[in-house]
Design a protein around this ligand. Structure first.
Ligand code: SF4
Length: 599
């Protein structure tokens, strides 16, 4: 794919949302597609930089400063629906900074709204529709080959740029012809994904995808229209190469963002085998469907480092699941959740509420399902109507909605706003009820957790339980006021972890927990046991010294701390021990060493 070496400065920007989002983690990272495009452009000789504007809190001055410092010739924006306005704002500022810059939008937000965007927003020159790599590369080549960049007309609704004629030949690109939006025919999807340059050669990131496409037809999801219903895949070798390169740069946790990682179980197992063969000591989270997992694939995934699988459950009401065309049964949901937890993988459930036909009874059914599947993590979304989905198309066809609705400064359209049977107050109350119900039941779900008896899995079970424990001492659940007695839950989980295997995180977690509760003898005891298993653990030794100090055992604490003369925290504690022991000279010496280290 490399046949041209001409440098063009290109910025690829992941824009910000206008409103704070409830589930930031799903929207805060640069989509994988930008890294693929960036790598392809780089390997074709261009100067590419990827910027994540999410959460930047950017004022126009700040954005202007960033753009002036770089003066790109082309800016590509990857947009979802929610950050569309961020892209429009940045593109407007970019045209003020340099009227000659070419602005391109791509991603799911551009794929289904290209016509709307090119009709109403003159600051956007082109849209890339669908799979972006080849259209974007070809567009850049066209711009580069043109004697000069296309003259830009002033930004404003309906204005357009004089695109070079050649742009009209690039498959998958939307542009303006005579001031009107026009979409070229699509190109073929990239059949052999491994031909794409490995993005990890150029960038560092945590989100990876093995496949593109989903055979599903859920009415609320735009993925099948965006990527196609036929699934294409990288090879296991390409995928794990990527992980290995990132691992060598210190990335040890990955999000595998495929719609259904286990759609082809053999391929998923091949990935797991390859991770294990290369000895990558990594953790990762994946997404799957409840009808696409079995025990064998889950065991492989666990051994290869998978710690969490998210499943779209959507609703406990069969009637609503049918409405959403989810095509999963209650039995499949129950089975997937119990198997996943049994293999020591955190099963996370996505639920959607505020659906057509939602009533107090359907919400009750969802709560009943929650009780049955006992998820250890659950995310509750209001049903939104997104372009590219069957739901949106149906509303358009009925005349109740049109693309012009996106001219308003909105990021989402909750479904209930279009349904007179779903008053807003009631839907918000449904959401509160579901969340409260889940949080109230979570301690019982944890008590009911049954792990698969398998000697090989014991260390993994310990790892799973201690990770879960950590979410109650330092993670989301620790901060959640709806969960009662999180420390007691964490203690139980750490203890249970140690019953399976001597787990570093569990020893340390318990030691710190007891310190926080001022149970210093208990803390010292568990940490001593931990140190016997992990004598080289600096963290554990220092933590144990803190417990000793709190028990007045300064000699013992000092003896432990002296092993770490390069650790500033250890030196501070050492100085403290000397002071407590009346050793002024020692105190001074250690403080001096501490200051030297901190300089
Ligand atoms: S929700 Fe998941 S299974 Fe359904 S269409 Fe979207 S990606 Fe496919």
């Amino acid at each position: 794919m490399q046949d041209q070496l001409d440098t063009m400065k290109i910025l690829l920007i992941y824009p910000y949302c206008l409103d704070p989002r409830k589930h930031e983690e799903d929207i805060s990272v640069v989509p994988m597609g930008l890294y693929y495009i960036g790598a392809l452009l780089k390997e074709n000789g261009h100067d590419v930089e990827i910027l994540n504007f999410h959460g930047m809190g950017g004022t126009p001055e700040k954005i202007r400063g960033i753009l002036r410092a770089r003066m790109p010739r082309v800016i590509g924006f990857s947009i979802l629906n929610a950050n569309r306005w961020g892209a429009l704002e940045v593109a407007r500022i970019a045209k003020e900074v340099d009227p000659g810059v070419t602005t391109v939008v791509g991603g799911v937000g551009a794929t289904f709204l290209w016509e709307h965007l090119l009709t109403h927003f003159g600051q956007i020159d082109y849209a890339v529709v669908g799979e972006g790599e080849l259209p974007f590369l070809n567009l850049v080549r066209t711009l580069d080959n043109a004697e000069e960049l296309p003259a830009q007309s002033p930004a404003g609704p309906g204005s357009g740029n004089a695109a070079p004629d050649a742009a009209g030949k690039i498959p998958g690109v939307a542009w303006r012809r005579g001031g009107r939006p026009f979409l070229n025919p699509p190109g073929n999807p990239i059949a052999a994904l491994d031909q794409l340059p490995n993005p990890a050669r150029h960038f560092t990131y945590q989100h990876l995808s093995l496949t593109r496409g989903c055979p599903g037809r859920c009415t609320f999801c735009g993925s099948p229209r965006m990527w196609g219903r036929r699934v294409r895949s990288h090879s296991a070798a390409y995928f794990v190469d990527q992980m290995a390169m990132l691992y060598s740069r210190g990335v040890h946790f990955f999000y595998v963002s495929d719609d259904t990682f286990t759609l082809n179980k053999d391929r998923a197992v091949a990935v797991c085998r390859e991770i294990l063969r290369r000895g990558l000591r990594i953790s990762w989270a994946a997404i799957s469907r409840v009808d696409a997992v079995d025990e064998a694939v889950l065991v492989w995934m666990r051994k290869a480092g998978c710690t969490q699988i998210s499943y779209g459950v959507e609703s406990g009401s069969e009637k609503i699941r049918r409405q959403l065309n989810k095509r999963i049964t209650r039995e499949q949901i129950l089975r997937a959740f119990s198997l996943t937890a049994a293999c020591g993988i955190m099963p996370r459930a996505y639920f959607i509420y505020g659906c057509p036909g939602e009533t107090p009874e359907t919400i009750r059914e969802t709560m009943d399902l929650i009780d049955d599947i006992k998820p250890l993590s659950a995310i509750f979304y209001i049903l939104d109507i997104l372009p590219g989905t069957d739901l949106y198309e149906a509303l358009k066809e009925s005349g109740r909605l049109g693309d012009d609705v996106w001219c308003d400064r909105i990021e989402d359209i909750p479904y209930y706003t279009q349904d007179p049977l779903l008053p807003e107050g009631r839907i918000l109350e449904f959401g509160r009820q579901l969340r409260d119900h889940f949080h109230a039941k979570l301690p019982a779900f944890i008590d009911a957790l049954q792990l698969k008896e398998d000697p090989e899995l014991r260390p993994f079970h310990a790892d799973f339980l201690s990770r879960l424990g950590l979410t109650f001492t330092h993670g989301d659940y620790a901060r959640n006021e709806a969960i009662s007695a999180p420390a007691a839950i964490a203690e139980k989980l750490f203890r249970r972890a140690l019953a399976y295997h001597p787990d570093h995180r569990a020893f340390l977690g318990l030691g710190i927990l007891y310190q926080q509760q001022r149970r210093f003898p208990a803390s010292a005891e568990i940490l001593e046991a931990g140190v016997r298993h992990f004598p080289r653990s600096e963290e554990m030794q220092i933590c144990m010294a803190v417990s000793s100090m709190n028990m007045g055992r300064f000699d013992a604490a000092a003896a432990a701390l002296k092993q770490f003369p390069e650790n500033p925290q250890a030196l501070q504690y050492l100085a403290h021990c000397c002071r407590a022991l009346g050793d002024a000279e020692g105190e001074q010496r250690w403080m001096k060493q501490y200051q030297a280290l901190s300089r």
